[in-house]
Design a protein around this ligand. Sequence first.
Ligand code: SF4
Ligand code: SF4
Length: 102
Amino acid sequence: MTEEFLKPLEEKTLAEKLFLVRFKVDSASHLILDKEVCWECGERACLSVCPTEVYKWEEGKKEITVSYEGCLECGTCRIACSEGAIDWRNPRGGFGVSLRFG
Ligand code: SF4
Ligand code: SF4
């Protein structure tokens, strides 16, 4: 792992970059979807833009699940959702992401 760790950021794989991030997970989600809007949404851009695959379509439940625990707080999904269906908030103080060695 040491060699991977010392590589410049632009040469790191996504998995190596994610290793640098520390998650302090809150008990409540900071990402709330309007399920009715999502149900009607034809685009579902949130499923493809998130770098950590927070959103997943559950065929059995016919809804999107939100694994907010892995959110990098980049805000991409909020912009990509043309329906404005994501109530996107910053995690509460003391929770969310930080860099391990930053
Ligand atoms: S893009 Fe927006 S409206 Fe569509 S499924 Fe995702 S969160 Fe819901
Ligand atoms: S803010 Fe970024 S990491 Fe978090 S759910 Fe949205 S796209 Fe994924």
